[in-house]
Design a protein around this ligand. Structure first.
Ligand code: G6P
Length: 609
């Protein structure tokens, strides 16, 4: 996903911009560029591919200057190419943009009629020309940006520089995040706070529709109509080192191993053994308000959607309320039967996923109460929700989500307990019993991680296969989906997750000796049924990889490979199986020589639909 950085100060801009872009690399991108005010002229350098290519071009033709903007682009309109990379120039103005301009075709035609020539296929160039056309009429840069943003429809975070006003950057946001930081006579701009953490931790998040004029010593924020507005300065508490690999070969492996800590951090201080309740003060919904909710909705995308599916099983068991789970992109274009006072839960690591955000806005419009489980503090979803339950996982850099997912499951356990106590479907005694199990999770996950070597051997045995099937039942059906997603995301092996009982309605046709079948078979009430499904697989010659709970014997004999997790109540098994499946996917991908942290075509945060 695209990333924006900007700098105005007393130091050379290029190294600062490149360092900022490097910190945004984890978001996924296919080209990059910078523009720097050199003397009175703005010079642009752009290249396709990794940042190293841009750095090479900057070494060949240096750029000096103390104000500049930079961008990593993840193609939406037009292929990855130098011409389509940002910054885009029009007259004296250069611009970087995240998001999508929906009415760009109409604007492009109008601008072409007015004599503007387009060098790229992007929607962004339209905005550059619009701003430039307003500068030509004598408007100041801020006014030109303000008028231009009133003419575009869609989502954007932009940063613009102009040769006509060399001492400033003008930035604006609507639908995409933008943050401004200041430190010792210098100002920084970025689409993600991570880009500026080595320079400052005092930051201002722009709100929807805000425009800001940023100089080395000042930040003036205004609303879309030009009225000045004050936005608070917040302190970022986690440091940039949290974003380093700490000796692990990949961020993903580091993040997998951080899970005992991140689960603990998500639980920490949020329960009371005395009352058997979850203590989640950010969820301000009252008992009466929840009593009015006829239904619980859970909407999310990708891995977060899998967490939502686990949530359904948890909530229906612990709260006894109907739960509907939807994918964000499906929900937003239906006419969903959301009723006033329904509880609408969204789950998102980034808090910026366009489809999830749109679903939350739609639900709010229909009178539902929106509660979001989010990892990124201050993200748009967090700010727009009635209630927020943060997962305290720290920044997740690996594109394939790992610790954020188990953090989401942990938050869902807490929420299920909280809501169950509100509805009296869980007594204080039962609440205490649940809590006792939850707090054991970090230690149990550590035990799974301690047996990584077994998963490395398993990966060695199967990494050359081209297709995998993942099966699970009940609360572990979503874990089969997540296990398959993890494998396909980072190893590019085709993998499908299926409800074990549904296997004979189709996928069984694919099964042969070259298709390993991974199955989750905890000793729960569905165990016998899962074993029968496996025997069907076995009879067709497929290698069976069984993930079971301690004490299991039958499958141990029948399966080709077995991995055992601690024996815990069924509702807790998803986290333990997940951690093992993450490690399996990781080691398969490494053995296949894949770029684990930045898988091809994927983006960390999908802020366009
Ligand atoms: C992208 C990421 C996934 C993530 C999904 C939803 O597709 O690659 O890992 O699960 O977006 O992201 P969110 O930030 O809303 O959880």
């Amino acid at each position: 996903m695209c990333g924006i950085v900007g700098y105005v100060g007393h130091e050379e801009a290029v190294p600062i911009l490149i360092e900022g872009l490097r910190r945004l690399e984890y978001r996924g991108y296919d080209s990059a560029g910078v523009a720097v005010l050199q003397g009175k002229k703005i010079e642009v350098r752009r290249s396709v591919g990794k940042l190293a290519n841009l750095e090479k071009s900057l070494r060949e033709r240096g750029l000096t200057g103390e104000a500049g903007i930079g961008h990593t682009r993840w193609a939406t309109h037009g292929k990855p190419s130098e011409a389509n990379a940002h910054p885009h120039r029009s007259g004296p103005c250069v611009l970087v943009h995240n998001g999508i301009i929906e009415n760009y075709l109409a604007l492009r035609q109008q601008l072409q009629k007015d004599g503007y020539e387009f060098e790229s296929e992007t929607d962004t160039e339209v905005v550059a020309h619009l701003i430039s056309s307003h500068l030509k009429k004598g408007l100041r840069l801020v006014e030109a940006v303000r008028v231009a943003t009133s003419e575009i429809r869609g989502s954007y975070a932009i940063a613009a520089l102009s040769e006509t006003e060399p001492d400033k950057m003008v930035v604006a946001r609507s639908g995409c995040p933008l943050v401004i930081g200041q430190h010792k006579g210098a100002s920084f701009v970025a689409s993600d706070v991570m880009a500026m953490l080595t320079h400052t931790r005092d930051v201002t998040y722009l709100e929807e529709g805000d425009i800001a004029v940023v100089t080395k010593s000042s930040v003036e924020v205004m609303l879309a109509d030009g009225k000045p507005v004050t936005r608070p300065v917040s302190q970022v508490t986690w440091d940039a080192d949290a974003a380093e690999k700490s000796g692990y070969p990949h961020f993903m492996l580091k993040e997998i191993h951080e899970q005992p800590q991140t689960i603990l951090d998500t639980l920490r201080g949020r329960y009371s053994f005395e009352t058997g309740e979850a203590d989640v003060p950010d969820v301000t919904m009252t008992k009466e308000q929840f009593a009015r909710a006829g239904k619980i909705w859970i909407v999310a995308c990708g891995t977060s959607w899998h967490a939502g599916l686990v949530g359904k099983y948890l909530f229906e068991e612990m709260i006894r309320v109907p739960v509907q789970v939807d994918i964000g992109s499906e929900f937003r274009y239906r006419d969903p039967l959301v009723e006033k006072d329904d509880l609408f839960i969204t789950i998102s690591q980034s808090g910026e996923t366009a489809d999830t955000l749109a679903a939350a806005r739609e639900a709010k419009r229909r009178g539902a109460r929106v509660l979001s489980i989010v990892n990124v503090v201050g993200s748009t979803l967090a700010r727009e929700s009635d209630d927020v339950l943060y997962t305290h996982c720290g920044p997740e850099i690996g594109v394939a989500s790992t610790k954020a997912f188990t953090g989401q499951l942990t938050a869902l356990y807490l929420l299920a307990l909280h809501l169950g106590r509100m509805r009296n479907t869980i007594t204080a005694e039962e609440g205490k019993a649940w809590l006792e199990r939850f707090v054991m999770l970090p230690a149990l996950v550590r035990r799974v991680l301690g047996r990584e070597a077994e998963l490395v051997s398993m990966a060695k045995r199967y990494h050359t296969k081209r297709n995998f099937l993942y099966l699970g039942r009940g609360i572990n059906y979503p874990i089969a989906l997540e296990g398959a997603l993890k494998l396909k995301e980072i190893s590019y092996i085709h993998a499908e997750g299926y409800a074990a009982g549904e296997m004979k309605h189709g996928p069984i046709a694919l099964i042969d000796k070259d298709m390993p079948v991974v199955v989750m078979a905890p000793r729960d009430r569905l165990y016998e049924k899962t074993v029968s499904n496996l025997m069907e697989v076995k009879a067709r010659g497929a290698p069976v990889i069984a993930f079971v709970t301690e004490g299991e014997r039958e499958l141990g004999k029948a399966a080709d490979s077995v991995f055992t997790v601690p024996d815990v109540p069924a509702v807790l098994t998803p986290i333990l199986f997940t951690v093992a499946l993450q490690l399996l996917a990781y080691h398969v991908a490494v053995l296949r020589g894949c770029d684990v942290d930045k898988p091809r075509n994927l983006a960390k945060s999908v802020t366009v639909e």
